[in-house]
Design a protein around this ligand. Structure first.
Ligand SMILES: Nc1ncnc2c1ncn2[C@@H]1O[C@H](COP(=O)(O)OP(=O)(O)OP(=O)(O)O)[C@@H](O)[C@H]1O
Ligand SMILES: [Mg+2]
Length: 460
């Protein structure tokens, strides 16, 4: 019989000694308790204290065995229990089975009979454990995208993500474009107690105000032109689960007010309705804007900011964790080569050097795009530096001198000017290279007061 640890609880000292002896001689380690309460105290005081099996007497002088069993089940739901009962008390034995005991054995019993019951209980426990492990693995594999990193900087962000996932707090993810905000949002949901419920997402920048409102809140038939039927909103559909509000910084002030109400009151009113509906959702929001600055500029409600910002996660830009470039590049190489069924499996040292030195304004999305493109262009199994749309002259010196010229903003501003010049001020191509939307680029051009020479603008 495989060894393991067994706890025995019985108020007859003779029986305790006898069981300890036969179980130890079968290779088990044994803890004995003459009082149920002592066992419960120990379990309560030390959450790691457990065993592979508990063998428990049902008739004890100090505390009813059924009561002990109930408490044990509460404290250690996964600990299998075998009950010992005196001959003639089948009723209470049956009750223990209903309470989740694995089996019972009637005293007096021969040693072989006890060992047989214990063996079956342990076998079943092993199976259950294996099932739980497989199920956990399934959740890990199918749910969030694979998150690749080796840097300490990202490790800290990842640890924090897992740590806060278990709470009910709303979470704000603030980071540059392409730093993996969406991936983190998924990781929050799929590591939270809500993981079996829905995870729904909406991009606040992609929709007009009215459309966004009706998507979120739902609407009644006839609420506006074109509303030909009642439609459930995401707030209702995500009830019990998580709602990911991407690009929250682009939400207009009137909608922000409505969202605040949802968070505060946990209720909302569908468009065209007068009746409020209740909803229980956890909100994870993301933005690449500096929301505190948006608040100061009067573009974002301060009260909503504080509601969303209970916990903020800052995925760092790729240029601040260059160790991650290589593993990420290899990850994308494998992913796209498999997808395109192309035999490309090598990134030359030269190409890797360019990738590592480049400062990645479009972050991981830009790296992903560049690798995908290189695989398409590759003529053999290698990605060489010629296949990368980055030339040596694109690699800007990244010395830091702390005089403000190297602030994130000035680096970003300079880089946008750089790419605009390279593309002959072609905005769509610039946006593509930077890995941002055209809308984002236009906004940055205004924010940074960049001059675009006339006659160089492509249509649209
Ligand atoms: N650590 C990572 N490991 C593997 N892939 C990653 C990682 N981080 C990001 N990615 C991938 O990079 C791409 C961009 O990530 P994501 O969409 O999450 O970024 P984002 O921060 O939401 O960007 P945006 O602000 O532009 O919406 C996605 O394809 C994502 O799967
Ligand atoms: Mg995103």
């Amino acid at each position: 019989m495989a060894a393991g640890k067994i706890i025995v609880c019985d108020d007859e000292k003779e029986i305790l000694r006898y069981l300890k002896k036969i179980l130890q001689s079968s290779g088990f380690s044994v803890d004995t308790y003459a009082e149920g309460q002592t066992l419960l105290d120990r379990m309560e005081a030390d959450s790691a204290y457990t065993a592979d099996l508990l063998v428990q007497d049902i008739h004890m002088a100090s505390m009813n065995g059924i009561e002990i069993l109930k408490h044990v089940r509460g404290l250690r739901p996964e600990l299998p229990v075998v009950i010992m009962t005196a001959f003639g008390s089948i009723d209470s034995a049956v009750e223990t089975i209903k309470l989740g005991a694995y089996d019972y054995i009637t005293k007096p019993f021969p040693k072989e009979k006890l060992l047989g019951v214990l063996e079956r209980a342990l076998e079943r426990e092993t199976l259950l454990k294996e099932n739980r492990r497989l199920k956990d693995e399934l959740i890990r594999n199918t749910a969030p995208g694979e998150i690749i990193f080796v840097s300490k900087k990202y490790q800290a962000v990842y640890d924090m993500t897992l740590q806060v996932a278990g709470s009910e707090a709303n979470i704000l993810i603030q980071g540059e474009s392409g730093t993996g905000k969406e991936l983190i949002a998924r990781a929050v949901h799929f590591n939270s107690p809500r993981r079996d419920q829905r995870y729904l997402t909406i991009n606040c920048a992609a929709l007009s105000d009215t459309l966004l409102e009706s998507q979120l809140f739902g609407h009644l038939r006839g609420a506006f032109t074109g509303a030909t039927a009642n439609q459930k909103g995401l707030l209702e559909a995500a009830d019990g689960g998580t709602l990911f509000l991407d690009e929250i910084g682009d939400m207009t002030l009137p909608l922000q007010a409505k969202l605040l109400r949802v968070i505060q009151e946990r209720e909302f009113i569908p468009v065209g309705s007068t009746a409020a509906m209740r909803t229980d959702i956890r909100i994870v929001a993301a933005t690449n804007k500096d929301l505190a600055r948006e608040v100061r500029a009067g573009r974002f409600r301060e009260d909503l900011y504080y509601r969303l910002n209970v916990i903020t996660i800052h995925p760092p830009p790729l240029r601040e964790r260059k160790e991650d470039v290589e593993p990420l590049a290899r990850h994308f190489l494998e992913k796209f080569a498999r997808k395109m069924k192309k035999q490309v499996d090598t990134i030359t040292g030269d190409a890797m050097q360019v990738l590592t030195e480049y400062h990645w304004p479009g972050n991981i999305r830009e790296l992903e795009n560049i690798i995908e493109r290189a695989i398409i262009l590759a003529r053999d199994n290698r990605i060489t530096s010629e296949l990368l749309p980055i030339s040596r002259s694109d690699i800007m010196p990244t010395t830091l001198n702390g005089d403000g010229k190297d602030s994130l903003e000035s680096v970003e501003r300079n880089h946008i000017i750089w790419i605009l010049k390279k593309t002959g001020y072609h905005k769509s191509r610039t946006a593509e290279i930077l890995g941002v939307t055209r809308k984002t680029l236009d906004r940055k051009i205004v924010d940074y007061s960049l001059c675009i020479p006339k006659g160089n603008l492509e249509a649209g």
